[in-house]
Design a binder for this molecule. Sequence first.
Ligand SMILES: Nc1nc2c(c(=O)[nH]1)N[C@H]1C(S)=C(S)[C@@H](COP(=O)(O)OP(=O)(O)OC[C@H]3O[C@@H](n4cnc5c(=O)[nH]c(N)nc54)[C@H](O)[C@@H]3O)O[C@H]1N2
Ligand SMILES: Nc1nc2c(c(=O)[nH]1)N[C@H]1C(S)=C(S)[C@@H](COP(=O)(O)OP(=O)(O)OC[C@H]3O[C@@H](n4cnc5c(=O)[nH]c(N)nc54)[C@H](O)[C@@H]3O)O[C@H]1N2
Ligand code: SF4
Ligand SMILES: [Mo]
Length: 768
Amino acid sequence: MKRRNFLKLSASACAALAALQLGDKDIFRPVQARSAAEAPKLPGSLGAKEITSVCEMCFWRCPIVGKVKNGRLVKIEGNPKSPANGTRVCARGNSGVQLLYDPDRIKYPLKRTGSRGEGKWARISWDEALDEVAHNLKETKRKYGPHALAFFDHGASAEFMRDIFKTLGSENYTNEPAFFQCVGPAALAYLMTYGYVTTGTRQYIDMKNAKAMLFIGTHIGENVHVSHVREFIEGLQNGAKLVVVDPRYSASAAKADIYLPIRPGTDTALLLAWMNFIISEGLYNKEFVEKHCTGFDELKKAVKKYTLQWASPICDLPVRDMKKAILLLAGNSPHVAVHPGRHSTWYGRGDTGRHQALAILAALFGAVGVEGGLYFPTHVKKGHISFGCVEEEPETPAKSISEDYYPFASTFGSPTSKIIEATLTGKPYPVKLWGINGVNILQTISNPYHTMEAIKKLDFIFCEEILPTETAIWSDIVLPGATYLERYDTVYTFDLLTPYLTVRQPVVKPMFEVKSSFWIARELAKRTGLKCFNYNNEVEFIEEELKGAGLTLKELNQKGGIVSYKANPYRDPKEFKVATEDGKVQLAVEDFADEDLDPVPKFVPTPAPPKGYVRLVYGRSPVHTFSRTMNNKWLHNEAPENLLWLNDKVAKKVNIKDGEEVVLENQDGYRSWPIKIKVTPGIRPDTAYMVHGFGSRSKQLSKAYKQGASDQFLVTEYEDDPFMGASSHRTNFIRIVKAGKVINLPELCPPPKDIPRFVPQKNRTGGK
Ligand SMILES: Nc1nc2c(c(=O)[nH]1)N[C@H]1C(S)=C(S)[C@@H](COP(=O)(O)OP(=O)(O)OC[C@H]3O[C@@H](n4cnc5c(=O)[nH]c(N)nc54)[C@H](O)[C@@H]3O)O[C@H]1N2
Ligand SMILES: Nc1nc2c(c(=O)[nH]1)N[C@H]1C(S)=C(S)[C@@H](COP(=O)(O)OP(=O)(O)OC[C@H]3O[C@@H](n4cnc5c(=O)[nH]c(N)nc54)[C@H](O)[C@@H]3O)O[C@H]1N2
Ligand code: SF4
Ligand SMILES: [Mo]
């Protein structure tokens, strides 16, 4: 029986069936004998009102159905009409219910009463809160100019407010999706190679139809995006071979045909040696390269010196294994899914180059516009809307905070590190006000100690938040935002292998005094004197967007909240052009050369651990999203704390047992909250690993506070990507403190001469 038909059955039959399903003996009674008034309550979500919407427990934004009974959300499922997901959501998607009903939620506008970071607040009215924010925006701009305003933004809630900062004339916004802490280097590399961003919020890689796949770091299975994981699994079920390169035996590595436990920070050496190998052995796709690429001769010349023998000691991998892997991949060309990666702010220098190397390798396989390769997104048409926000040109243009340092930064916004530096030093100009929306800056941005110092220097800081996170407790004014389950945002189009259009709409009414992001932005604009957001409410502009797709909101809802389209991901190899100026894949990027940057990637070694330390790396838990889910009742029950993965041989040498609780100390002497050790052969001896997002420092998060350790609070050393200014997160090292005693860790795989050791800088300011 189809679920929909099932729900249409009469209440009594429904209750009986439900009882059968649930095996609940009490409910399974002869209900027919009762009157309607006496009928037992329907258990669970049966009989619930169903409202379709879009998940934002992470940024994959799966289509969902909220099941509401008596005004209360009882369950979230996938939208059954979704071609990519069906009724599936992940654990986090399901647990949105517990975000909505989190007792720690911010319920009213708040004004700081104690010192910044102390978490002492007074409840104030919306008028008071909005007027104070608007007053400070205007005053700061008047006193210091528009660039003194900075906005840290991530996710749908921040999009409207970003327009206010832009309209006021500031270029200091950090942009979705976390460009400077996440996809920036990868997005830039693919943009310059192919003319379009094949990895940003989405990754256009056809794992489902691949004959072979290559993951560098990418740890799908722990990194969970429902349709992406499904396509990966389908690819494996279809017989695709998998090569995984990771210093840790990840969930993906466990499925690999070839697993290469590489020395962290040396992936570009491996990729360059592979390129040289397939070029010199004639194993690359000559037809594709001749027809669709420029810069081949330059590439060939540049990679000639990188042999597998050269890469072997650098990557700490046997030549035999590297060769086996590249032969397996090349042997399946062009149907090779070279995953473009997503999180790419690893080592600073070399991050753009690593992803450029991945982009080039895909082209050498001819794995572009074909089944199993990088594919072309199918854009779904929707109406264009304008909020009427006209960006003001500052009267005296300021020296750029980004372009003067990083030539490709301003494509995306302004680097977080530069905003923080300008706040601390007043150079190249003072930054005096921060607005924050959808980012937990202390857990997200490298060197939180720096961030806290900078906050102390500000004239004013405010945020729109839903939970009393570290960010909230450091703010002067907190505006209580509606969660994604209580608000409209814009119309969403999904341009992957199963394109569709859907819309986020409230599943329940906003609780307490929280307000939608659009409402907050519109009010702020009004009070700041901007002629902006010229719609009365969200439905007005959603209707306009839908009109462009030939729909109304009512019609879309009648169709089950989703309209699907046919994908056009592959191209006729005789005809296709990529989106670069000459329509060809750029194997050498001349725009980089014009800025004195390498047109073809080079291997730039990241410093090796100092003696006594191992490198700290991190990744995802399948049941958490960064720090934002740590206080969620259901997800906390699944994974209340993180563990530090430590190599078994290292652990044995220093007598550390599995499950022991320790404290971590980084190379600059900063210490973590206590964390338990997971002793495992599944990590290299020179590396330690933890899941990101734990170790909250906000006492007002009753479940998350002090649970596990935060990787970010051990990231005091970072380096910026020279192309676009993203900050690194894997340039820090830890040793262990057990029962107050510092334990130096033995070095079981020393770096070769070519890789210098990390030397702490004198008079460091944290970032360079
Ligand atoms: N050390 C280290 N740093 C990292 C990473 C890492 O793995 N390790 N990962 C990096 C990556 S890949 C990314 S994408 C970023 C992610 O960075 P963030 O997006 O900053 O991630 P979160 O820590 O979840 O913080 C999100 C904040 O937004 C709030 N929030 C959630 N929903 C809403 C909403 O609807 N409205 C409003 N107003 N607020 C909301 C949450 O309460 C939380 O405070 O972090 C990056 N930084
Ligand atoms: N459940 C869940 N899923 C998520 C998220 C979440 O918060 N929760 N966040 C989403 C977001 S925004 C992002 S950006 C992605 C991040 O997910 P990915 O893009 O897959 O992140 P990566 O940093 O590539 O991969 C982490 C892996 O890199 C390995 N690694 C560390 N250093 C190196 C190195 O030098 N070389 C190599 N080859 N590997 C290394 C680590 O051991 C770890 O297994 O996940 C997304 N999916
Ligand atoms: S992958 Fe999970 S958390 Fe992310 S949007 Fe989909 S259901 Fe929500
Ligand atoms: Mo990310």
